[in-house]
Design a protein around this ligand. Structure first.
Ligand code: SF4
Length: 380
C-alpha cells in the first residue's frame, strides 16, 4: 500500500524543486460539505438504510431514481416514504454542482463549467464521436503536477473532488443528453487534475458508474490517464480491471520529459517504463501513450525515432495530440506536416499510432482553459 502522506510530500518536494517555487498543498481534511448521494455504491446505501431504520431494498429504488429517472430532488422519489425522503435530504446532497457556463462547439462538443458547493469551479466536456458520447471528467480542483503545457495547473491544487462530485459530472451531462434522447457511452478521466493523486475517490467513482444499478458504463468504455505516478500504476495494475489505461508520456527521454513534466523528477522515466511493463504483463491489456506535440520541443523525426525505440516491444498504442496554444504558456502548435512526419516515423517502426481528432476548436478547447478564462482568481 502507498503511504499517502509520504507520497504527497515526495511529489510536493520534487515539484517545488522543479518549479523553484512553493506549490500550494493539498488540503488534508475533507471539505466540510454534505456528502453527495452519488458517492454511494449500492451496498453502502443499503448499510446506511439499515443504520437509519429503513429496509435495505429501498437502495435499489433510490438508485433507480438517481440513475435511470435522474431526478433533481429527493422530493420526486415518490415511492419512498416522506420520512425516508426527509432523512435522505438531511444526510446527503443531491446537487453539488451548478452550471456556470455551457459552451457548445459547432462540432457538438459541449464544455461545462460547474460551480461546487464551496464556490470552486471545475470543467467537464462532452465529446461526440461516431461510436458514442464520451464525457471527460475532472478529479481535482486544479492540479499540483505542474505540466508546463497545461492551464489546469496554473493555480496549483485547491482540493480533491469527492467521488460523488465526479459522478455528478456524468449525471449532469446525461441530463443534457436526455433532452435529445441520447446516452453517455464512454468516460475518459482526463479532465482537470491527476486521477492517481485522488486515487480512492477515483476508484469509488469507477465502481459507481460501472455498477449495473448505477450508470452501467462498461469498463472497456472507460479510460483513466496518469502523468506517471509510479506506485499508483502498480496499485492500479493489481486491481485487474478491464478499464483502459493511458500514460501521458510527451517525451522519450528523461531530460526532455522533466522539462515538460516536473513529475518526471519524482518518478524517473525508467521507473515509469518498468511500471508500465508491469501493468501490461499483469493485466494482459495494452497501454496508450498520450503524446502532446509541441513545435520545436518534442516533435522532430529524430525524437519520433527515439520514442519508437523506447516503446518497442511494449503492448501499446500512441495517441498523438496536437497541443492547443495556451496563452499562459509559450508552446506553439506543431504544424500539420510535422504531425504527419512524426506519425509516419512511428508507423515505419511498427508502432500502433493515431492522431487525436480535434474537438471543440472554436471554444476554450484545452483542458483548464475555460476555468482559467472565467475564474482567473482560482488559477493564480
Ligand atoms: S496535464 Fe494533467 S497532470 Fe499535468 S498539470 Fe495538467 S491536469 Fe495536471
Amino acid at each position: 500500500m502507498v503511504d499517502q502522506e509520504k507520497f504527497n510530500e515526495r511529489i510536493n518536494d520534487l515539484v517545488d524543486e522543479a518549479e523553484d517555487k512553493p506549490v500550494r498543498r493539498a488540503k488534508k481534511e475533507k471539505p466540510s460539505l454534505k456528502e453527495s448521494v452519488y458517492s454511494l455504491q449500492p451496498k453502502q446505501l443499503e448499510e446506511w438504510l439499515k443504520e437509519n431504520g429503513e429496509k435495505p431494498f429501498r437502495a435499489a429504488q433510490i438508485f433507480d431514481w438517481l440513475y435511470n429517472k435522474r431526478v433533481k430532488t429527493f422530493e420526486e422519489m415518490s415511492n419512498l416514504s416522506k420520512g425516508l425522503r426527509e432523512k435522505l435530504e438531511a444526510s446527503f446532497s443531491l446537487t453539488t454542482l451548478s452550471t456556470i457556463i455551457k459552451q457548445e462547439s459547432k462540432d457538438g462538443t459541449i464544455k461545462f463549467l460547474f460551480q461546487l458547493q464551496d464556490g470552486y469551479s471545475i470543467e467537464t466536456v462532452l465529446m461526440r464521436h461516431e461510436y458514442g458520447n464520451s464525457v471527460c471528467v475532472t478529479t481535482q480542483v486544479g492540479c499540483r503536477i505542474g505540466c508546463t503545457f497545461c492551464a489546469s495547473t496554473l493555480g496549483g491544487l485547491k482540493r480533491h473532488l469527492l467521488a460523488g462530485e465526479i459522478v455528478e459530472q456524468v449525471v449532469k451531462v446525461q441530463q443534457t443528453l436526455d433532452e435529445v434522447g441520447e446516452r453517455v457511452s464512454h468516460i475518459v478521466i482526463m479532465g482537470i487534475g491527476e486521477p492517481f493523486d485522488n486515487y480512492d475517490a477515483m476508484m469509488n467513482f469507477l465502481k459507481v458508474i460501472n455498477h449495473e444499478k448505477g450508470l452501467n458504463i462498461g469498463a472497456r468504455h472507460i479510460t483513466v490517464s496518469t502523468s506517471g505516478i509510479v506506485p499508483k500504476i502498480y496499485q492500479f495494475a493489481d486491481e485487474q480491471l478491464q478499464i483502459n489505461f493511458a500514460v501521458s508520456l510527451h517525451a522519450p527521454n528523461q531530460e526532455d520529459r522533466q522539462k515538460l513534466m516536473p513529475i518526471a523528477r519524482a518518478y524517473k522515466l525508467d521507473e515509469l517504463m518498468e511500471a508500465v511493463q508491469y501493468y501490461t504483463k499483469k493485466t494482459g491489456r495494452r497501454v496508450t501513450f498520450e503524446y502532446g506535440l509541441m513545435s520545436g520541443e518534442n516533435d522532430s523525426v529524430e525524437i519520433a525515432e527515439e520514442l519508437s525505440a523506447l516503446i518497442k516491444g511494449i503492448k501499446c498504442h500512441v495517441n498523438l495530440i496536437p497541443v492547443n496554444y495556451v496563452p499562459e504558456r509559450d508552446y506553439v502548435r506543431t504544424s500539420r506536416s510535422q504531425i504527419f512526419a512524426f506519425e509516419k516515423t512511428l508507423k515505419k517502426n511498427g508502432i500502433n499510432v493515431t492522431i487525436r481528432r480535434e474537438q471543440g476548436a472554436d471554444i476554450a478547447a484545452a483542458c483548464g482553459q475555460l476555468r482559467a478564462q472565467e475564474r482567473s482568481e482560482e488559477t493564480r
